[in-house]
Structures are given as structure tokens and as C-alpha cells.
Ligand binder design. Sequence first.
Ligand code: CU
Ligand code: ZN
Length: 204
Amino acid sequence: MTIFNRSNSSFSSYFIVYAVSLGAALITGCSPESDGQPDNIKEKNAGVASVRRIAEAHISPTEGHESEGVVTFIEEVGGIRVIADIRNLSINGRHGFHIHENGDCSAPDASSAGGHFNPSGEDHAGPDDSRRHVGDLGNLEATEAGSAMYVRVDEHLSFDGLNSIIGKAVVVHDSADDFKSQPSGAAGARIACGVIEWTENFSK
Ligand SMILES: [Cu+2]
Ligand SMILES: [Zn+2]
């Protein structure tokens, strides 16, 4: 009896996973470009409930560095889902990852992006601290291949009002954020930067 229940339960799990995968395959396979949304965004959204607007930052290296990638921001109930996909980082390194107050990456060292986005005048802290800069997203953790994936639903971020991150900059740092040092976690040089903008489909 016990054995039967166990195998029955794992069959159900398998079936659910299969059904979700099939659904995602049908969405991407049968309506290519029908809504103008890129396939990579569709895949990220598959299975995510209550998706609304989406913004993105294309991350480019600052002078003398090579890190690059994309950060996607998806509006959800309870906050903004942040999905970062960054490559050419130092191997196994931890890299401070913040939203800075100016959407301007034009300076060779990205100093034009200003300080951490901090509309409520708090001290610098870690992403899980209730009082922090809105822009305090913590660290990227690179693999031995020098790439980092970061996923977090953050309740401090918004697409509207005082905490709106639209038009701000995402900055990746050379060193780890210690979540304590003021004003920016002693995370070192700015090695990559990108401005947060609406994706094509969510332009207003
Ligand atoms: Cu920073
Ligand atoms: Zn900060």
C-alpha cells in the first residue's frame, strides 16, 4: 500500500511537470512573434502568474572590463521579479549588484550613475533587510565559468511612484558587497552598467 501511494504520487508530479513543459512549448512554438514579445521573455514568463509590465537593462562593460548581460524586471503581485544573466565575471567571484540613482552609464567608470537608488533616505544594507536602499540587491555569485544567474522577487522595487526603477541604472561591481559599509557596501569598481527601460511591448 505504501509503495503504491509513493509511486502514484511521483507519477502525478511527473505529469504536472510534463504538462507545464508542453504548455510552454506550445506557447513558444505555435505563436512565434504573434505578440511581438521575444521568445526568451516568453520562456521566462511561462508559469509565472499575474505577469504585468516588463522592463530590461542591457548591461555593458565599463572601460577596461568585460562583464555583460541582461537584467529583466517583471511586475508581479508582491513586487518585481529580478532575473539577471551576466557573463564574463571573475571566476567564483561575488559581485555587488545594485540599482543606482541616475540612468546614465556614459562615464568610462560609470560614475555618472551616481549613488545607490535611495528615495527614502535609508542606510546601505543587504537585500533582505527591511531598511535598506531600494537599490540594494546584494551580490551576484559567479560560477567557475564566470557567469551568474540571479533571481529574486523584491518588494522594495516598483515600476511606479517614489520607488520606480524605470530610468535608473543597474551596476555590477568588481568586489562583494558586505551589506554594512556605508554608503555602498565597499563593493569596489563599477565593472558593468545598464539603464532600466521598458521592453518594447510595455512602452507606457
Ligand atoms: Cu553599486
Ligand atoms: Zn546601498
